[in-house]
Design a protein around this ligand. Structure first.
Ligand SMILES: Nc1ncnc2c1ncn2[C@@H]1O[C@H](COP(=O)(O)OP(=O)(O)O)[C@@H](O)[C@H]1O
Ligand SMILES: [Mg+2]
Length: 333
């Protein structure tokens, strides 16, 4: 069924003790709003509203779901709710914090701590527009933390299954966190009930698209490899279905090897192996490989003006000379 354009909830609406400020994003499965709780804390509220199944028109709060779509809509709703409940148990600095869950308007709402920042995809697009590239030190520090968050998710019995730069959010201070566990999308496996494809071509492991082998942490390892690849290449890897017919990734890895440390390219190449058994055997192994990576520190955000370092060195030399010539307790600075 064709996707419909859903009208967001009106600004200023009071909903289960929260006040909607405005819509901040909408995708095929949900609408995300900025809202405030009773104490004035900013929250992000995600509304389950798969546009292929439910239609909300101007002036209405509850969406209309046709009888034919109702079973799939309900199944998705149940999964959204259950996975949200599982996510709510996770408190990790690199995983979005789920604060609450409630039902209203014949659908479900997930309340998260509001994070101010931008997605890793935005960062990639900005770099591309400038003609630059994302440096290895940045990739190293972002993905070490992403892997820590993901390990916590796996430890709680959940898989992400939709890892990509658009679902990795960077706070203002640069720390990353995982967003969007695509909860509703995982209903799709259940029997004959189907929603639109749950995966994002290029980022999805072959076992997600062709269902050749079981899903597991190795499926997310592929997604991490694909997200790291996108940072380096500025574009997603070749989609798994295409790779099955004519794999062009080796050529692309060779190109990257000229621009990035060989160990980093080797790690990404292994994570993107089509056979899950050829991928790194654990996320911890990937994290350790990144930690061992030697990279230059990322450039300062505001580069010091020319000559600053030379002047600082002279100053330090003078201070040392002064210290040698004077009693220690009278030395200033
Ligand atoms: N907790 C949050 N804080 C701030 N913004 C958020 C939060 N969660 C989601 N968003 C915003 O909403 C967008 C879409 O969220 P996401 O969970 O990825 O949903 P979708 O299923 O539409 O992809 C994000 O890219 C981000 O801009
Ligand atoms: Mg998303």
């Amino acid at each position: 069924m064709a996707a419909q354009n859903n009208v967001p909830l009106p600004d200023g609406l009071e909903l289960a003790g929260y006040r909607i400020v405005k819509k901040i994003a909408s995708g095929g499965f949900s609408i995300v709003y900025l809202a405030y709780d009773g104490e004035g804390n900013a929250v992000a509220i995600k509304e389950y509203l798969p546009s292929a199944l439910a239609l909300r028109q101007e002036g209405e709060l509850a969406p209309v779901v046709s009888p034919a779509n109702l079973p799939v809509f309900r199944l998705g709703l149940k999964c959204f709710f259950e996975e949200g409940r599982a996510l709510a148990k996770i408190a990790h600095p690199n995983v979005v914090r789920v604060l609450n869950f409630f039902r209203a308007h014949d659908t479900v709402y997930m309340v998260m701590a509001y994070e101010s920042g931008h997605t890793l995809q935005d960062q990639i697009s900005r770099q591309r527009a400038k003609g630059g590239q994302i440096g290895p030190a940045f990739i190293r520090q972002v993905f070490i933390q992403v892997l820590k968050g993901l390990r916590e998710v796996h430890a709680n019995g959940l898989l992400h299954l939709d890892l990509k730069p658009a679902n990795i959010y960077l706070r203002g201070d640069g720390t990353p966190l995982l967003l969007d566990f695509g909860a509703a999308r995982r209903t799709i496996d259940s029997g004959a009930l189907t929603l639109t494809p749950m995966y994002t071509p290029g980022f999805a492991a072959p076992e997600l698209t062709i269902k050749t082998s079981p899903l597991g942490p190795w499926t997310d390892a592929y997604g991490i490899g694909a997200a790291m690849y996108a940072c380096m290449a500025g574009a997603p890897p070749q989609p798994a279905e295409e790779r099955r017919k004519a794999d062009r990734m080796e050529h692309r890895f060779a190109e990257l090897a000229g621009r990035y440390p060989a160990e980093l390219v080797a790690l990404v190449r292994r994570a993107l192996a089509s056979d899950p058994l050829d991928r790194p055997q654990s996320l911890f192994e990937m994290q350790k490989a990144l930690q061992a990576l030697e990279t230059e520190p990322p450039p300062p955000v505001f580069p010091a003006p020319a000559g600053t370092f030379a002047r600082l060195r002279t100053l330090a030399r003078r201070l040392r000379a002064r210290r040698r010539g004077e009693p220690a307790d009278t030395v200033q600075g």
